[in-house]
Design a protein around this ligand. Sequence first.
Ligand SMILES: [Zn+2]
Length: 167
Amino acid sequence: MRLWRSVAVPRPGEYVADPTEGVTRVEDLPKPRIVRRSRNYRRRRCPRGGRNAYRLRRVERTLHDLGDPVSGRPCDLHVTYSQHRCPRCDVHFNADMDDLALPKCHYTHRVVALAVRLVVEDGLPYRAASWHLWRDHRVFVPFATVQNWVEAGGEKGGSLRRRRLPR
Ligand SMILES: [Zn+2]
């Protein structure tokens, strides 16, 4: 019995603290896995005039995605994208990457959607949602950011809540 007890394999239902619990230094947290994505094109259609616009430069943007709960590591997308200028309309624009994230957002759609669901569907307070995102999905989102997302999606959240009510 003693021998069996000494094996450090958690039994079902046993409480095991998250290994990062109490970690206060960012450099002690697991390093993110980097996934590269490209939205880099020589030419893109101008959103205003519809003509081809050549690439002006290449830029990189980091998006935090859902991490890997098996290895415990976060996951960052490094998106290389092109910026274009249409000389005819004199507009600057970026290659389209709306499938990955909203403009200026540091997180992928998947992270935002999950965070909002945790609050709207599961009724978690913002701080608890933030901790859940880190503990179970290895993505660090400050609770104020979760709050901003939920409040920005007020309309959608409302309809979601109505749809879930049993009639
Ligand atoms: Zn144009």
